[in-house]
Write a protein that binds this ligand. Structure first.
Ligand code: GUN
Length: 281
């Protein structure tokens, strides 16, 4: 059998069209500040894509490009200024930061009310408490939306998440738990990974290892989410061998065109939510 491809680009387009209509009815444009420190080429592309996506739906992007040698104090001063600017609704710091800047020290400086990435400790805590008002990190939020577009009720399913990052693995595991899945988080020290993955009705691969997930990892008729964006000598590859997933699973996300576009759509969604929260009558 051939798996159905979960088209993230198309679903993201639908989300963006809904947001565009919603934004057109607002008294002013929501604004998103994006901070990039240094010149990492991949980060520069992500930031440019975020700017374009903002403009397409009517969000005003404000990009702050800082030199790689920016000090913690200088970055903190910019964040403080943006926190105190009422016209800025959301603040995002593109990761990774240069080595001398510690994300764990920097991210908590963003006001939780403007933390559209959902990385502030207060918002991470709210996610664990199933607070539906909090900002949910964009990639995990997009993954759940993609999964539910194929399977609206995932109660009781076995989910395996490969990878335990703060940005994807950990939050997506909690969101799957909140959807009543039985969740296992696998990582570099996990034993018998293929065998464990073969128990997964839903498999989320978020490790950054090109085509790690092959046929022996995939349960027949399962749903596979590929979060990997690996630039290899043979071009862009996900964490999943796409041909193997197509052959074995029931649903699979492509790379590119799967999770990536959903991440950006969820950033826009979080920015509109921030605007609405900050402008409550
Ligand atoms: N770098 C890779 N993914 C992300 C993300 O979701 N947010 C930010 N700010 N940086 C990233």
């Amino acid at each position: 059998m051939t798996a159905q491809i979960l088209d993230g680009k198309k679903l993201a387009q639908t989300v963006k069209e809904e947001l565009k209509t919603k934004i057109a009815a607002l008294p002013s444009a929501p604004a998103l500040a994006v901070i990039i420190v240094g010149t990492d080429p991949a980060s520069e592309i992500y930031v440019r894509n975020k700017e374009k996506a903002c403009q397409a739906v009517g969000i005003a992007p404000q990009t702050h490009k800082l030199p790689a040698e920016t000090s913690k104090e200088e970055l903190a001063a910019l964040i403080k200024r943006l926190n105190n600017t009422p016209d800025i609704n959301g603040i995002l710091i593109q990761l990774p930061l240069p080595a001398h800047l510690n994300a764990a020290e920097i991210l908590p400086l963003i006001s939780p009310e403007k933390d559209v990435d959902g990385f502030h400790p207060v918002n991470v805590g709210k996610l664990l408490q199933k607070d539906t008002e909090t900002f949910i990190p964009c990639t995990p939020k997009g993954i759940i939306k993609l999964i539910k577009s194929a399977k609206p009720d995932i109660t009781g399913l076995n989910a395996v998440v490969i990878g335990r990052s703060q940005i994807v693995g950990l939050p997506v595991a909690h969101l799957l738990l909140n959807e009543n899945c039985t969740v296992t988080v696998a990582h570099s020290k996990t034993k018998n990974l293929p065998e464990l993955c073969r128990t997964a009705d839903i498999l989320v691969a978020a490790v950054g290892k090109p085509e790690l997930v092959t046929k022996e990892y995939i349960k027949p008729d399962s749903l596979i989410i590929d979060v990997g964006i690996n630039r290899t000598a043979n071009g862009l590859k996900g964490d999943v061998n796409f041909a193997d997933a197509l052959e074995t699973a029931a649903y699979v996300t492509p790379v590119p065109g799967g999770v990536g576009p959903m991440t950006i759509a969820m950033l826009l969604d979080n920015t509109v939510a921030a605007y609405l929260k900050q402008n409550r009558p």
